[in-house]
Design a binder for this molecule. Structure first.
Ligand SMILES: Cc1cc2nc3c(=O)[nH]c(=O)nc-3n(C[C@H](O)[C@H](O)[C@H](O)COP(=O)(O)OP(=O)(O)OC[C@H]3O[C@@H](n4cnc5c(N)ncnc54)[C@H](O)[C@@H]3O)c2cc1C
Ligand SMILES: NC(=O)c1ccc[n+]([C@@H]2O[C@H](COP(=O)([O-])OP(=O)(O)OC[C@H]3O[C@@H](n4cnc5c(N)ncnc54)[C@H](OP(=O)(O)O)[C@@H]3O)[C@@H](O)[C@H]2O)c1
Length: 467
């Protein structure tokens, strides 16, 4: 760790109110929270960011698809926050394992948890654990260089893959499976994934939508991009494209455009092009994943829609089962937040129970992003979300509800004393990250790629000369 990173707290003017905050996680919600903290004028402040991964940026690095490099340019904004002298970064440190949340709460005025949603919802159908059935989260981690999923046994020797759900994550998964490896080779996709995709036998991708074309969760640009991949023909399996929509809903701007798009697809689907195919099975839900040693097929049932409180609810049609052969299936039915220690947790929504960001019954503890509101929303959605959390925090400080705020002039113990020797040996600072970033970009430039990424912390430590 550099000297520069160890002594910031000594710099505070003991006569002025200076507060120090810990932010756990370094995804969009964390950085938007940091931005709001640095931008307030109530007091001087310092922020320490902790992340369990060696690299910052959360799902901007480990989620956003490799063929969408422009989206990742938001990291420039986050990097300028990281460069602020009031901010430190400690990577490779998992709060709750390497350092307890209790200790963090003792050391800082307040703590903001922006830990995202690192779990999965399940369908609750038979055979969900058959080898070859994965969550989209695991697959995304696999192709996006996430250490936790680098060894996922993705067998692309199958011709047919099923993806459950039609949100933007499902679009990403389908695109990576169908895009040509030559195009992917120019991106920062994981080398192990690129190698596997080069040998892929996948020809048919089946998207399983429990509702109709007018209720898809994905957005039009993502839909167009997927259906526009060269050599892939798109097929819609639905009779009525407008099913479940009132005349007023059909006229809503976004829905209208989606419906027009699907109408166009329907017109052209009888003259398929290319040797790969994308199938949209609307009004269909998984009933059972079949196979013993490995997945062989997916049994589905058909649904009808019933309007309940303005919501088109999918209901199973009895005796309507049909099957599609597939050797691989991905559940893309949303990521899910996981409990954090014994903090109050809403299991149904996968969120830490909170009121406008304040964790219930835990003064000085706050949440932001996906762990606060559930795994929905794009990068920008986390900005107002994090601003709301910081506004709650500031108003709690003013109201005297944050115990740590009153004794904040006392500098907390130095960062070294928070960790044991093994943590100190692998802890990475922002200066380390800037070197890693530069190296990844340098390798990318020499290989004609956007970036060549490190996958494992051990590789990173070795590059930094720390092993
Ligand atoms: C596959 C996928 C693709 C996406 N693509 C786009 C896109 O193209 N455009 C777009 O606008 N939005 C996209 N999104 C949505 C966007 O990524 C999210 O809105 C956003 O990342 C949520 O931010 P967050 O900070 O709450 O969580 P995250 O980004 O998940 O960040 C959480 C951070 O917390 C860290 N962490 C977790 N637990 C601990 C712990 N115990 N100790 C320390 N650190 C911890 C994690 O390592 C991670 O860095 C995508 C989402 C997914 C899933
Ligand atoms: N390019 C991008 O901008 C991009 C890329 C990736 C992700 N993101 C964002 O990240 C967020 C998360 O995306 P996401 O795709 O994970 O979630 P999502 O947008 O909420 O989509 C989830 C999909 O899963 C379906 N589903 C949920 N439970 C199901 C069940 N039990 N059985 C069958 N289907 C089920 C949903 O159908 P119902 O509608 O019927 O519930 C929906 O089609 C979104 O806000 C998304 O826009 C953005």
């Amino acid at each position: 760790m550099s000297e520069e990173q160890t002594d910031f707290r000594e710099s505070g003017d003991s006569g002025s109110r200076s507060q120090s905050f810990a932010v756990v996680g370094s995804g969009p919600a964390a950085f938007y929270a940091v931005e709001a903290l640095l931008g307030q004028s109530d007091f001087d402040c310092h922020v320490d960011i902790f992340d369990k991964r060696f690299a910052p940026f959360g799902l901007v690095r480990f989620g956003v698809a490799p063929d969408h490099p422009k989206i990742k340019s938001v990291t420039k904004r986050f990097t300028s926050l990281l460069k602020d002298e009031r901010v430190r970064f400690f990577g490779n440190i998992e709060i709750g394992r390497d350092l307890s949340l209790e200790r963090l709460r003792e050391e800082y005025t307040a703590v903001i948890l922006a830990v995202g949603a690192p779990g999965d919802f399940k369908l609750g159908v038979t055979g969900e654990d058959v080898p070859g059935v994965f969550s989209a989260r695991e697959f995304v981690g696999w192709f996006n260089c996430d250490e936790e999923n680098a060894a996922l046994p993705v067998d692309l020797s199958t011709e047919s893959v099923a993806i459950i759900g039609v949100g933007n994550v499902a679009m990403d998964v389908a695109r990576i499976l169908l895009r040509s490896p030559e195009e992917l080779a120019r991106t920062d996709i994981a080398d192990h994934a690129l190698d596997a995709l080069k040998g892929s036998k996948v020809k048919q991708v089946h998207l399983i939508a429990r509702r109709g074309p007018g209720q898809v969760a994905c957005t039009l640009p993502e839909l167009k991009e997927l259906c526009g991949i060269e050599g892939v023909s798109t097929h819609l399996h639905v009779e009525d494209i407008r099913v479940g929509l009132s005349p007023e809903e059909q006229e809503k701007k976004d829905t209208k455009k989606i419906l027009e798009f699907f109408e166009d697809i329907k017109q052209s689907q009888d003259s398929p092009s290319g040797d790969k195919a994308l199938h949209f099975h609307f009004l269909s839900s998984p009933a059972e994943f079949l196979g013993s040693e490995k997945l062989e097929s997916l049994k589905l049932h058909r649904n009808q829609l019933r309007i309940v409180d303005d919501w088109a609810k999918a209901e199973m049609i009895p005796d309507s089962e049909f099957s599609i052969p597939c050797g691989l299936a991905f559940r893309a039915i949303r990521y899910k937040g996981v409990p954090f220690g014994d903090l109050p947790f809403d299991e149904g929504r996968g969120v830490i129970t909170n009121s406008q960001g304040a964790v219930e019954g835990c003064p000085g503890l706050y949440v932001a992003g996906w762990i606060k509101r559930g795994a929905t929303g794009v990068i920008g959605t986390n900005k107002p979300d994090a601003k709301e959390t910081v506004a709650t925090l500031l108003s709690d400080i003013q109201a005297g509800k944050v115990p740590g705020a009153s004794h904040s002039e006392t500098a907390p113990s130095s960062i070294e004393s928070l960790f044991d020797a093994s943590c100190r040996a692998r802890l990475l600072t922002k200066e380390d990250w800037f070197r890693i970033d530069e190296e990844e970009m340098r390798k990318g430039e020499s290989d004609g790629r956007t970036r060549v990424r490190f996958v494992f912390p051990e590789e990173v430590l070795s590059f930094l000369g720390r092993t």
